[in-house]
Design a protein around this ligand. Sequence first.
Ligand code: UDX
Length: 427
Amino acid sequence: MKISVIGTGYVGLVTGTCLSEIGYQVICLDIDEEKITRLKEGIIPIYEPQLKELVIKNQEAGRLSFTTSYAEAINDSAVVFIAVGTPAREDGHADLSYVFQAAESIAQEMKDYKVIVDKSTVPVGTGEKVKSIIQKHYSGSFDVVSCPEFLREGSAIEDFMKPDRIVVGAQSTKAVDIMFDIFKPIETEKISTNLASAELIKYASNAFLATKISFINEISNICDLVGANVGEVAYGMGLDQRIGSSFLRAGVGYGGSCFPKDVSALKQMAGHNGYDFKLLKAVIEVNNDQRAVVIKKAKEALKSLKGKNIGILGLAFKDNTDDVRESAAIDIINLLQKEKAQITAYDPIATKNAEKLISGIEFSDSAYAACHDKDLVIIATEWPDFKELDWEKIKDKMRNPCVVDGRNLLDQNKMREIGFQYLSIGR
Ligand code: UDX
């Protein structure tokens, strides 16, 4: 079976590559010519473990190809995945223009039955709109399906190959059968729903996970007030299987290209349909406020931050990625700049992307150099590498041995034994 994937961003490239790895003939399309030329040469625009190797391997095996031509991509494909971007507009709504443009271009090339699969995260009702766009250009039979992705950056290949579930929202059993057949080699629970439910499952899942994070962050703030330890509280809560232990890590709040955008899109979507989603408003507010908790702790330690030399460890929105979109680290740096602090930042791989977003700070190419001669070091990203640093050596080189650990990454007893003034979140 030949499959095409429209859009070679994060989701499209992972989807196309993994489907070719499973054994399908996959053609990936992007309207960005330079990107396609580079992909043909095995140059990957994003950092994602295993992705480059798989792109090269499957291109060499002749199962994966890249094009900018809709005619070439659509021609004899039985299934077309739409995986283009849906950035958040100023007002929080998802911008669907790329999805609709893709639908239009696909429709113009359609000559026989195809399943058009929406992989992009889109508001409820988008599948119906895609259907009506295609109907304007093509009068034959076809199906539109929603098959949301649940890929995490840094483990996207694993998440695709070993997902917790596969959701197929469709209007015909023919389309469901085709989709279940495609994913037959992947062992997991596969559910079929109507289009709207599948579209909502994606938003509801991300919003729920974001809610868990904001919840534990509020608990961490209470922990600070009553002398409890949020790590212990989260562990005790997580043992209840109804709650589960994941996504209960307190810290500086969530970031990235999905949670902030999806939570705000769901809130907007609810409002648009006449429903006030009060809980999500609070989730967003708590997340924004959480950035400032580190600043408060830094002030507790140094009184004023004006003119103080501060090292920041971590720029990415989480570990194992070079993505800095909506990163808490960037927000924290902005807040520190308002306090007129002097900042030196280090990240194992995200510096290049961060340089595009922030100015007026120094970027360092080593964690040790970023901590050298500093009044305070803030851990802003949960890179496991930071645990492995020689903290005794760092202490000796700091002007004032003080660490604010915004990710609760380090062992607090050990840090205090070494001689640090060590502050963390809710413990
Ligand atoms: C997320 C979803 O997990 C994935 O299913 C969806 O398809 C895309 O959005 P991703 O954005 O890659 O994936 O990151 P994720 O690992 O979910 O983390 C999101 C943010 O939450 C990060 O900033 C992370 O640091 C933060 N986080 C996560 C916490 O603060 N605490 C936690 O317990 C977990």
